[in-house]
Design a protein around this ligand. Sequence first.
Ligand SMILES: Cc1cc2nc3c(=O)[nH]c(=O)nc-3n(C[C@H](O)[C@H](O)[C@H](O)COP(=O)(O)O)c2cc1C
Length: 229
Amino acid sequence: MKIVIINGTNHKGSTEHIARITAEKIGGEITEFFLPKDFGEFCIGCTNCFMKAEEKCPHYEKLSPLTNALDEADVIILASPVYVYHVSGAMKAFLDHYGYRWLIHRPNDRMFKKQAVCVTTAAGGGMSSTLKDMSDSLFFWGVPKQYKIGLAVSATSWDKINSKKKKIIEKKTNSIAKKIQHKNGKVKTGIKTKAFFYLMRALQKNGWNEVDVKYWNEKGWLKKARPWK
Ligand SMILES: Cc1cc2nc3c(=O)[nH]c(=O)nc-3n(C[C@H](O)[C@H](O)[C@H](O)COP(=O)(O)O)c2cc1C
């Protein structure tokens, strides 16, 4: 199995630790990126990706190694600590670059077969809003199966997490790893993704963005083809 981890910070703290042990328990070839070290650009709002082509993004080349790893992975792990109740700025800036891949625009069909894990830790609160920041992108990219690990660790580093919390992490990561192994290659697109796909399909039929309409036509999605088949 190919696993990619995108860390929303450069340092190997509690969040990175949990993401990595999850990946190691799943087993396979692990590729890990750290933001902003491996990609630290902000979207400049040129809308070239939406209106012309993703290749016209000024950061396309820099983003390519991460994009390729996302496309090739069986499992995507997005990991960010809670920063003021949300993902880190670096993670948000990274995710902004894939707006063109949302279902309303040009989703990549390879996403519809993957599993993903969102990981966050906080000192005390903000886990659900942070998990949602990452899970929204995964859902709207078309990823059909997601797992979430959000934990208030009351600590600023892995070493300072108490043993009771570490046991909870152990149990949770074991359980998710087992589920992912079991479902690998057998993930089914759920009703919510399909509902959104058909809604977007209806919009594309009278679409205003030529690039998106052309893409949906080429994929055959306005006829019988579907990205999950
Ligand atoms: C800029 C910044 C903002 C933070 N905001 C929150 C917050 O809103 N809620 C919270 O409980 N902890 C907050 N924390 C604490 C971290 O989320 C917490 O220590 C986390 O476990 C750190 O993960 P890491 O070890 O992977 O870096 C913040 C930390 C930093 C550096």
